[in-house]
Design a protein around this ligand. Structure first.
Ligand SMILES: [Zn+2]
Length: 408
């Protein structure tokens, strides 16, 4: 079976690691920054060298297409090149590099294919500089309002908007170049798992079935401020104590649900946050994720059982945001599994906890994803790592998934 090249894969990873190199093993490559533009230029140079034609759309999404032998819709693959601050060399970029390697293998090995193959680079997936995350896939898939996105202000430079960064980037193209569902056969995005499951189980390839649904709730506890030295315990309305008891209740109850449920209280604030004053207002969040909407419903039932008064403090809560479980195209999921099996790579089906551009694309065209293991489960940090050997296995599965799609 035809395979991608280890040497080329390694070279790609090494080369792109230079764009935004922090000197500590990671990168800071914010969307449309100087470093990101340098990475885009390298992408364009390499794709043109294998005969790809390059276009960008009005959100600076970048498309490199090698023609097929017939006038058919294109098969898409790719991901994002931007990173979080002090992020790693694999999140997003590996999906671009493996797609490039697949295109290069197809060209160099003269593998016949009917459909054009397009490598796509999505603009601003991380939302680390301009909010929100998955901005440009969101705009072209109808999830976000373009005008609101253009007005998004940079977190690192006051008054500087996404619109200005776009104008100055040299990569702003025309709306007519957007991924068009009528001219797109399918999209396959390879990504690192960003969690510890595949590595812990000794699995080469994650066959991604979808993206977990999630809910995010914010809880507020209102008590009464008072002097820490004068207010006897029985007279207190301590909002922090009420919040802590509620967090404990949530953990005790949520732990009884399905073991695949993950939940997090990642944000908490106490007012006035002074060591001599009893807290009068405390807020915390609860993020809960599971692939089965029924389990998410059970989480809601547990939330609704929280009394309106805890430790004499008033309790309220509201949904900050949520997302429904996304299921990828089953035929494509099967192709990924089949391709992994053909190579003898160990594989398992898995749901993604994090969000990805592909979860928006599924609304427009048949879509799926491939995961490769993240060493130690680390991601969004400089020690993020996937050995070249695993990256290559991912590229091989991507190559053969695309070839299976091409044969339809
Ligand atoms: Zn990513």
């Amino acid at each position: 079976m035809v395979e991608c090249s280890y040497e080329r894969m390694e070279d790609k990873i090494k080369t792109f690691s230079k764009f935004g190199d922090t000197g500590k093993g990671g990168i800071t490559r914010f969307s449309l920054s100087e470093e990101a533009i340098a990475a885009r230029c390298e992408f364009v140079k390499r794709m043109e060298a294998i005969g790809a034609s390059i276009v960008t759309d009005d959100m600076a999404n970048l498309y490199a297409t090698i023609p097929g032998t017939e006038d058919l819709p294109a098969i898409f693959s790719g991901s994002h090149m931007d990173s979080v601050r002090q992020g790693g060399n694999y999140d997003g970029i590996l999906g671009v590099l493996t797609a490039m390697e697949v295109a290069e293998t197809i060209v160099k090995e003269k593998i016949p294919h009917k459909h054009p193959i397009t490598v796509i680079v999505w603009t601003n997936e991380e939302g680390a500089r301009f909010e929100p995350a998955m901005m440009s896939s969101g705009v072209i898939c109808g999830k976000f309002d373009k005008a609101a996105m253009l007005a998004s202000e940079a977190k690192d430079r006051k008054g500087y908007t996404f619109s200005q960064a776009l104008e100055e980037s040299g990569f702003k193209g025309e709306e007519k170049n957007r991924m068009n569902p009528a001219k797109t056969k399918a999209l396959v995005e390879l990504h690192i798992e960003q969690g510890p499951v595949l590595e812990a189980e000794g699995i080469d390839i994650g066959v991604v079935e979808g993206v977990c649904g999630m809910i995010n709730y914010e809880f507020t506890f209102i008590g009464q401020a008072g002097h820490a030295g004068t207010t006897p315990m029985k007279y207190r309305k301590d909002a922090l104590y009420a919040a802590v008891k509620t967090i404990q209740y949530l953990h005790d109850e949520l732990d009884q649900l399905d073991s695949k449920l993950v939940y997090t209280t990642g944000k908490i604030s106490a007012h006035p946050n002074i060591h001599t004053i009893i807290p009068d207002e405390v807020k915390f969040t609860l993020d809960a994720r599971h692939q089965d909407p029924e389990v998410i419903k059970q989480v809601l039932t547990i939330i609704k059982k929280i009394p309106s008064v805890v430790e004499q403090c008033k309790v309220s809560y509201e949904e900050a945001w949520s997302r429904r479980t996304v299921s990828f195209t089953s035929k494509l999921v099967d192709y990924v599994e089949k391709s992994a099996r053909e190579f003898g790579y160990s594989n398992r089906r898995i749901y993604s906890g994090p969000g990805h551009d592909a979860q928006f694309v599924i609304d427009l065209v048949p879509t799926t994803m491939i995961f490769v293991p993240s060493v130690g489960g680390h991601s969004h940090c400089e020690i993020e790592y996937t050995p070249v050997e695993n990256c290559l296995k991912g590229a091989n599965v991507l190559l053969h998934t695309i070839l299976h799609i091409d044969k339809e």
